[in-house]
Design a protein around this ligand. Structure first.
Ligand code: C2E
Ligand code: CA
Ligand code: CA
Length: 277
């Protein structure tokens, strides 16, 4: 049976490798194509817990394949990071996010963009960011938020804290993504110059009926507040989550309850409705 298990494992690995190679091939084709078509960016609303108004949006990339399917980032972002294709992909996402923020500047306060460790470590990243902001002088830089995960700290060979300080000196804000799921979240909080904490959805879903989750959320909110940071609860799916998050004073909410990631046209329509409400 040891031998059998080994064989199953090998088959699984082969499938994983084939998937990875297929993902890389699709990604190269998409990057060579009309990127607005092949790599559309979608937006998910981030709302005020108090008023329900849409204040921000998280940019989430998708891939449209030749046969018209839409693929989620879980299927190609890991391959992008491994191959370095995350650099051109990330540049495209940043350009698209800023283009939409310019279009929505009177209705939307901020837009956030996920930035992978590999992108952040790239020497050209800060010049790229500075160039894009200079090309959009009508936007205050603080209206762009970069979402970083803790793995950036662990995986990186460059001094990430220093890199983030440089980014902050441009006026861009930093959010700690998936907060609480890593191994050294408090170190992260201490060493990184962040503006926003994003509470991971594993602490958020079912919060109303789970005393431990509720304690963790309240403690993190208190920490964030006493460090002058804002907080977003991710993965808000149920009305009971909303109620519980309001009660503990979480300022910003994001999740399917308010809206799934959606194409820009649909997001713009929701933005109008949110403003009229
Ligand atoms: P993330 O940054 O944690 O993004 C949030 C993910 O949670 C999104 O999945 C979103 O659709 C999902 N989500 C939002 N609300 C809810 C909810 O109420 N319930 C549940 N169950 N899920 C919810 P998505 O779009 O599949 O993105 C997955 C991950 O891919 C992201 O996780 C992010 O790490 C990565 N990603 C997406 N776009 C980019 C990008 O442009 N660049 C980089 N580097 N990574 C990206
Ligand atoms: Ca994120
Ligand atoms: Ca997240």
């Amino acid at each position: 049976s040891g031998g059998n298990r080994m064989k199953v494992f090998n088959d699984r690995m082969r499938v994983a490798v084939q998937d990875r190679i297929a993902a890389e091939k699709l990604l190269r084709e998409a990057l060579d194509g009309d990127r607005r078509q092949t790599l559309p960016v979608w937006f998910q609303p981030i709302v005020s817990a108090r008023t329900g108004e849409i204040l921000g949006a998280e940019t989430l990339v998708r891939m449209r394949t030749g046969d018209g399917r839409i693929l989620g980032p879980g299927l190609f972002v890991p391959a992008a990071e491994e191959t370095g294709l995350i650099v051109p992909l990330g540049e495209h996402v940043l350009i698209e996010a800023l283009r939409h923020l310019v279009a929505w500047r009177d209705e939307l306060r901020y837009i956030s963009v996920n930035v992978s460790p590999r992108q952040l470590a790239e020497p050209d990243f800060v010049p790229l960011l500075a160039g894009l902001l200079a090309a959009a002088p009508e936007l205050e830089p603080g209206r762009l938020v970069l979402e970083i995960t803790e793995t950036a700290l662990l995986a990186s060979t460059v001094d990430i804290t220093e890199r983030l300080e440089t980014i902050k000196s441009l006026g861009v804000r930093i959010a700690l993504d998936d907060f609480g799921t890593g191994y050294s979240s408090l170190t992260w909080l201490q060493s990184v110059p962040a503006d926003i904490v994003k509470l991971d959805r594993s602490f958020v879903a079912g919060l109303a009926t789970d005393a431990k989750k509720s304690s963790i959320i309240r403690a993190v909110l208190w920490l964030a507040q006493s460090m002058g940071m804002s907080a977003v609860a991710e993965g808000v799916e149920e009305a009971s989550d909303v109620q519980a998050l309001r009660e503990v004073g979480c300022p910003l909410l994001q999740g399917y309850f308010f809206g799934k990631p959606m194409p820009p046209e649909q997001f713009a329509a929701g933005l109008q409705r949110s403003r009229m409400a």
